[in-house]
Design a binder for this molecule. Structure first.
Ligand SMILES: [Zn+2]
Length: 118
């Protein structure tokens, strides 16, 4: 009997496993301007007026007080690396902490008592 290539059973696609090492595969949440303002308000309310970043690897909270006019809403995992615009991926922080993060000197790390979505 001849083998008919047209009658081969079709190849089943392998189920694609979710790989955490490929952040760009994860669904990203992107907000528009007014939604971003709401996120900013939520993060500021959560912060209680204090920078949410930590200044040590142990998670000691940055002591700087922040106010609505000057605080920075910083992404823990940056948008460029696939981070979402969600409350659990942003910190309300002081400009200095955000600057240290963008300069890669001290990456953002939520302080140890931080609760992402209170
Ligand atoms: Zn700070």
């Amino acid at each position: 009997m001849h083998w008919n290539p047209l009658k081969r059973t079709p190849l089943k696609p392998k189920p694609r496993e979710h790989r955490e090492s490929m952040p760009w595969r994860r669904a990203k949440i992107r907000l528009n301007g007014s939604e971003m303002m709401e996120l900013r308000q939520s993060a500021f309310a959560r912060s209680g007026g204090r920078c949410e970043n930590s200044i040590t690897a142990k998670g000691d909270r940055c002591p700087v007080h922040i106010n609505w006019a000057q605080f920075h809403l910083a992404h823990i995992e940056s948008r460029g690396r696939g981070g979402s615009d969600t409350l659990d991926n942003v910190l309300a922080c002081c400009p200095d902490c955000h600057f240290e993060d963008t300069r890669n000197r001290h990456k953002l790390l939520p302080h140890r008592d931080w609760i992402a979505t209170p």
